[in-house]
Design a binder for this molecule. Structure first.
Ligand code: HEC
Ligand code: HEC
Ligand code: HEC
Ligand code: HEC
Ligand code: HEC
Ligand code: HEC
Ligand code: HEC
Length: 457
């Protein structure tokens, strides 16, 4: 009886296939997919299905697996596992989205078996490596596939709720459980952008007595800003900070005037012509701190702390789950890169002044939301030389990484700022994931894809 039904189903399926022709551009029918998938899963031996993974997802293991995934799998599956690649979309059956429950509900053993043996009659090749008897590579690859898992709808709701109900607890409270990340991040320029010279006596780089531009003393310096390109010094008056009129050029080791003249930054004519009357709150502080409050003028932290990119962490610290902390890697590409562009663009708020003051940073924006609801990038017409742009549209000012990157095809294909930078710190300059001369070859090398979402550039 059962056999008869199966034969009949197969007959119907065959007739159905013939009537449809065989273009690989089409989506297989539901029946076709279900039959093929059931047959595939049934053919995975029981002991392979139940085998347990000996490895755990440490940052090192995931890093190694990510690189091997880019090399061997991303041509078809995309660097993010979405399958949105030229090759992936033109295979038959199409490449599945590895982030979805369909794949994530497979056991570790099943994922590994599929990876090592491939799937017959599909584009999925087998990857068993004869030099890897224990299969450690493939176990690590399984962990990478797992790390791509999208949040469930319940987790997404939890996360949105936590972002509203939680409060900021400060970067040191993340250290206990994420010690490795904390130790790397601690040494990055973003983690040290604003320092109090009483707490960090060596924060002031130059000898202040060599300053012939506009003298000030150590005691007048409440906060020191920057250490890589230039260093500026803030004095406190009342509950506001004001920039000293001299700055240190770190590269060239000279003092220079620090004053924004009319005809440069858009806000210059809206402020008094004296630096000591230009408070830093509306013009600077929102980008060098966590949670600058425009009413109390207080911050949670004077640095680009963990929670500036991950959202307030009190609930996560109490009961750590994925559902109560934000992670840009699980966001769509626009919100993902907005996490960085919030501080790395030239532009202005959509509505200004805000409560009587002109702000130069995206007041109200929170990680996970759309920056475009709070902020517009500086406009540019090709052919014009402006304060921010060269005539060809490339950056002419600092802090233009956001303006530049959104013009790139890479941005629209799902590459993010953190595809190239590991902001928790690396041994490379501008915390790049790899040395600059190797970085691009991950996706543009002779043996890898020419951009994971296309056959050729
Ligand atoms: C040449 C294209 C191609 C490459 C390269 C490729 N895959 Fe696949 N992969 C596919 C296709 C097509 C399928 C769908 C097979 C099917 O329908 O059963 C698939 C299926 C899978 C599945 C099963 C998902 C599911 O829900 O059924 C996993 C897991 C997987 N691939 C992992 C990998 C990994 C890991 C690599 C790199 C080591 C890799 N693939 C390389 C094309 C590819
Ligand atoms: C008590 C230990 C603990 C503390 C403290 C802690 N975390 Fe976590 N964190 C974890 C664990 C465990 C996970 C893995 C949760 C999971 O996969 O469900 C995690 C995961 C994460 C993730 C990844 C979420 C994802 O989508 O995979 C981020 C980001 C994160 N933590 C950031 C932070 C930040 C920022 C702080 C400080 C405010 C912090 N953590 C403090 C234990 C902790
Ligand atoms: C400037 C923004 C930024 C800051 C600051 C930052 N992170 Fe992250 N973090 C990210 C991004 C982006 C990702 C996703 C990277 C990826 O997976 O490609 C991430 C991923 C993570 C993850 C999950 C992935 C993993 O490697 O385990 C953890 C945990 C985490 N961050 C913890 C922290 C902690 C703890 C701090 C502070 C010591 C911190 N982050 C500071 C942007 C930031
Ligand atoms: C709160 C604002 C803020 C956010 C959010 C932010 N940055 Fe930054 N970033 C800064 C500031 C300020 C500096 C300058 C630090 C310095 O030089 O002292 C900086 C510096 C950098 C540098 C240069 C560091 C060096 O070593 O030369 C890189 C690269 C960078 N950021 C990338 C990112 C990426 C990628 C993200 C998103 C994951 C991000 N930033 C998010 C404010 C921010
Ligand atoms: C929209 C966010 C934003 C605003 C507003 C902003 N900055 Fe920055 N600042 C950054 C970022 C991002 C960087 C690093 C990237 C770059 O400069 O290209 C930076 C770099 C710097 C540096 C150089 C750091 C170094 O290590 O060399 C100094 C000093 C600085 N800012 C001071 C200020 C002052 C003073 C103001 C107000 C007049 C201000 N910033 C306004 C985001 C901002
Ligand atoms: C395709 C890879 C890639 C992407 C995507 C990318 N960057 Fe970079 N970034 C680089 C490289 C390479 C450098 C140069 C590093 C060096 O000078 O050693 C760099 C330098 C920087 C610097 C230091 C600036 C300087 O003048 O030295 C900052 C800040 C920065 N990137 C921020 C960002 C932000 C923010 C985004 C997203 C809006 C982003 N990057 C996207 C590769 C990338
Ligand atoms: C994570 C993968 C990835 C990395 C790393 C990467 N690229 Fe790309 N790149 C892409 C993708 C995807 C495209 C879009 C291909 C398409 O669909 O046409 C692309 C396109 C480009 C283009 C075409 C024009 C444009 O406006 O974007 C250039 C140029 C480029 N990449 C340069 C670089 C350079 C230089 C680096 C290293 C600093 C780099 N890429 C690193 C994935 C990557």
């Amino acid at each position: 009886m059962l056999c008869g039904v199966a034969l009949m189903a197969l007959g119907l399926y065959g007739a159905h296939l013939i009537s449809r022709g065989f273009s690989t551009a089409e989506e297989p029918s539901y029946l076709e997919k279900a039959v093929a998938r059931a047959a595939r899963n049934l053919s995975i031996p029981r002991n392979a299905r139940l085998e347990a993974n000996r490895w755990s997802p440490t940052p090192e293991v995931l890093k190694e697996a990510r690189e091997s995934f880019r090399d061997r799998c991303a041509t078809c599956h995309g660097p993010d596992g979405s399958g949105q690649t030229r090759v992936g979309r033109s295979l038959y059956p199409k490449v599945p989205d590895l982030r979805l429950p369909r794949t994530q509900n497979l056991t570790d053993g099943e994922i590994r078996y599929i990876m090592r043996n491939g799937v017959r009659l599909t584009g999925m090749p087998g990857w068993a490596n004869p030099h890897d008897e224990q299969g450690d590579d493939s176990w690590k690859q399984v962990l990478f596939v797992r790390s791509l898992r999208q949040l469930t709808s319940v987790e997404r709701e939890q996360q949105a709720a936590a972002a509203n109900s939680a409060h900021y607890v400060g970067s040191p409270s993340c250290r206990k459980c994420h010690a490795q990340i904390y130790e790397r991040w601690r040494k990055t320029p973003m983690a040290n952008v604003v320092r109090d010279p009483r707490e960090f006596p060596d924060a002031i780089i130059p000898n202040l007595s060599t300053n012939s531009v506009s003298r000030f003393t150590r005691d007048e310096v409440a906060l020191v800003y920057g250490s890589v390109w230039k260093q500026r010094y803030f004095t406190k008056r009342g509950d506001d900070y004001f920039p000293e009129p001299a700055q240190w050029d770190v590269t060239n080791r000279v003092w220079r005037p620090n004053f924004v003249a009319h005809g440069t930054d858009w806000w210059a004519p809206l402020y008094p012509p004296d630096n000591m009357q230009r408070p830093t709150g509306p013009r600077c502080d929102g980008c060098h701190s966590v949670d600058y409050n425009i009413h109390t003028k207080q911050v949670a932290e004077w640095k680009v702390g963990c929670e500036r990119c991950h959202g307030p962490g009190s609930e996560h610290v109490q009961h750590p789950t994925r559902g109560n902390i934000l992670n840009a890697a699980r966001m769509e590409y626009v919100q993902a890169s907005d996490t960085c562009i919030q501080c790395h663009p030239q532009g202005r708020p959509l509505t200004n002044p805000i409560e009587g003051r002109y702000y130069d940073w995206p007041v109200g924006y929170q990680v996970g939301s759309n920056l475009r609801d709070f902020w517009q990038l500086e406009e540019h017409t090709l052919g014009e030389m402006t304060f921010t742009h060269y005539p060809d549209g490339t950056a002419h000012k600092n802090r233009m990484q956001g303006n530049d990157f959104v013009q790139s095809v890479m941005y629209r294909r799902g590459v993010t700022c953190f595809s190239c930078h590991d902001v928790h710190g690396t041994e490379h300059n501008a915390p790049l994931r790899k040395p600059a001369d190797q970085l691009c070859l991950d996706c543009h090398g002779p043996l890898s894809m020419n951009g994971p979402r296309t056959g050729t550039l």
